[in-house]
Design a protein around this ligand. Structure first.
Ligand SMILES: Cc1ncc(COP(=O)(O)O)c(C=O)c1O
Length: 399
């Protein structure tokens, strides 16, 4: 279907303050001017290969597959790239674009800290200064990434407004951008925000799906039956899904944070518990109260703890191309322990939501079915959280 520029069906758009309309238009112009050129693509591909560590492996999880008695499970190992999560695919691309635009200063928001670390990393690499906004709650639960950003030379600014998580960090980053727009480039970290960000971030994350498509064909001679990825803002999921959207026989499932359950109200499951609305520049599904105020969210994983979701996902949800579900905090914790004990891979708590869905459903599928799971990041940042569940996780004790 042809979309209105900047929209995915009725979702997306550019609901930004007057002062940002011009910089957003300049960003879109620069993107179209530079990104498809051979020089830009050569530079980006070179960095992705030699610095970031792409292509990432596609790994057959044999012991997990045996344990689940159903579909064969393949993991797309974004956890193995430099800085430990998919976020750097996007920051590498946007960092190079910032350089082309003559910017000297990168601004970022971060939830789990992975996007902040990836932005600080690229800033060092390209000789740019870097300011990262992070909610106080997220700083407390992801201390490793706060230290990493500071060692890398970033100025990490603590945001104490509202729920002190990603939403408030994003607002602060946008405010900073407005105030120093000439020298600054705002590196938005997910497929969110006003146009052109959802499109730009998706294009830089598509590398995940493009590689996975080739790799699964090499491994089994055909495409998988189902793709699975966790959905915070939605960048790793759209990056994996997008190159397969035309493949009608490939099912796709995005897994949101069910937190403590939908009824409890303590979750970030925008499709199960939200309705249409506008937040931070884009129209999408949004968690809100009866008066339309943005609702508080909860997730054990900072990277999924956000009240809205990327607009392209809202569209893919409505046309029923992608199925969206959620995993509870407890299910994600169990999944993280299970993968660690069976495969020696400690996943990020965000990625563990995708694994929780796989653990619940693989047994209902035939042994000929293939599930390809986006393992968006590694769990080093989450060991403190996980340590509280040692001895309490049901699955950990059964292995
Ligand atoms: C490892 C990891 N996976 C997933 C996410 C969620 O973001 P997105 O939905 O944009 O992929 C994050 C966010 O911080 C993350 O750190």
């Amino acid at each position: 279907m042809a979309h209105k520029p900047g929209y995915f069906g009725e979702y997306g758009g550019c609901f930004a303050p007057e002062t940002l309309m011009e910089p957003l238009a300049a960003l879109e112009k620069a993107y179209h001017q530079h990104v498809s050129t051979t020089a830009f693509q050569c530079e980006l591909t070179g960095y992705l290969k030699h610095y970031v560590g792409r292509p990432t492996p596609l790994y057959f999880a044999k012991r997990l597959t045996e344990q689940l008695h159903g579909a064969q499970i393949y993991l797309k190992r974004e956890d193995l790239i430099h800085t430990g999560a998919h976020k750097i695919n996007n920051t590498m691309g946007q960092g190079l674009l910032a350089k082309r635009m003559g910017k000297t200063r990168l601004i970022a928001e971060t939830g789990a800290g992975q996007h902040g670390v990836a932005t600080a990393t690229v800033a060092s690499l390209l000789g740019l200064s870097c300011v990262v906004y992070m909610g106080a709650v997220d700083m407390a639960r992801q201390p490793l990434n706060v230290i990493r950003m500071r060692i890398l030379g970033a100025d990490v600014r603590c945001v104490t407004a509202g729920s002190q998580t990603l939403k408030e960090a994003t607002s602060e980053a946008m405010r900073d951008w407005v105030s120093q727009v000439d020298e600054s480039y705002y590196v938005l970290g997910s497929a969110l925000g006003p146009h052109p960000y959802p499109m730009i971030v998706r294009q830089f994350q598509r590398v995940i799906g493009v590689e996975a498509r080739v790799q699964i064909k090499e491994a089994i001679g055909r495409l998988p039956n189902e793709l699975v990825a966790c959905v915070g803002g939605g960048s790793n999921a759209i990056g994996l899904f997008h190159p397969f959207l035309e493949d009608e026989n490939v099912r796709m499932t995005g897994v949101e944070a069910g937190g403590k359950g939908i009824v409890s109200g303590l979750h970030a499951a925008r499709f199960a518990g939200g309705r249409k609305g506008v937040l931070q520049g884009t129209k999408s599904y949004l968690l809100q109260d009866a008066h339309g105020q943005v609702a508080e969210t909860h997730s054990i994983s900072a990277g999924l703890d956000y009240p809205s979701v990327g607009p392209e996902h809202a569209y893919l949800h409505d046309i029923k191309r992608v199925n969206y579900t959620y995993a509870l905090d407890k299910e994600a914790i169990d999944a993280a322990f299970l993968l660690s004990r069976l495969e020696g891979i400690l996943p990020a708590l965000e990625s563990a939501h995708a694994l929780a869905y796989v653990i619940k459903t693989a047994g209902q599928l035939s042994q000929d079915d293939i599930m390809l799971v986006g393992l968006s990041g590694r769990g080093d940042k989450d060991v403190e959280t996980l340590s509280h569940f040692l001895g309490e996780s049901d699955v950990a004790d059964t292995i």
